[in-house]
Write a protein that binds this ligand. Structure first.
Ligand code: SF4
Ligand code: SF4
Length: 171
């Protein structure tokens, strides 16, 4: 399922100009996160108080999920794997720039609940080091090319793309 790591988190959160599907469930999740972890009023990133960075005003959005590239589904069997992903709590699938990703909405164990900052900053993984707050999901307007939350959406999409109904064999 998993390909080589060939992405940076900032790349797949850039807004797209076409085929826009608003990521409402993730936004709802983030809103819930902000309710659970109240934060300071969020200033525009271009107008931050001196000596601060966006992370000081963010609920730690980039630390509340992980995503992995997956093979582009091409058969019913592969779409069925996607259905299986989406039968799990907090799992979604999105497509960005033609690449498919499994997205799991789960908080990093080291995100500090009190500050919404990294609790292991000095030893955080490379992927966290390489992710810049200069270009991130601090704002709420990022979108994906496609976004799947429900197994039924995958089945409908597969029917449209493959042009056939799925055959379920009696077992
Ligand atoms: S890098 Fe961006 S999304 Fe992540 S905590 Fe900082 S401001 Fe928030
Ligand atoms: S290690 Fe730190 S920066 Fe990386 S996801 Fe966890 S809390 Fe965020």
């Amino acid at each position: 399922m998993k390909k080589e790591k060939r992405f940076s988190k900032k790349e797949y959160h850039e807004a797209k100009n076409s085929h826009i599907n608003l990521d409402t469930s993730f936004i709802n999740y983030l809103v819930a996160s902000q309710t659970a972890y109240p934060m300071k009023k969020r200033p525009d990133r271009n107008n931050l108080p001196e000596g601060t960075v966006p992370c000081h005003y963010c609920p730690g959005k980039c630390c509340r999920y992980f995503a992995l590239p997956i093979d582009t589904p091409e058969s019913w069997k592969e779409y069925d794997y996607m259905r299986w992903f989406l039968l799990h709590d907090r799992a979604t699938v999105f497509v960005d720039d033609g690449t498919w990703y499994l997205l799991v909405h789960t908080k990093c164990k080291h995100l500090d609940d009190r500050t919404n900052l990294c609790g292991i900053y000095e030893t955080r993984p490379d992927i966290c080091r390489e992710y810049s707050s200069n270009k991130c999901e601090y704002e709420d307007h990022y979108v994906y090319d496609q976004y799947f939350e429900l197994p039924e959406q995958v089945e409908e999409y597969a029917e449209a793309v493959l042009g056939t109904k799925r055959k379920r064999e009696a077992t």
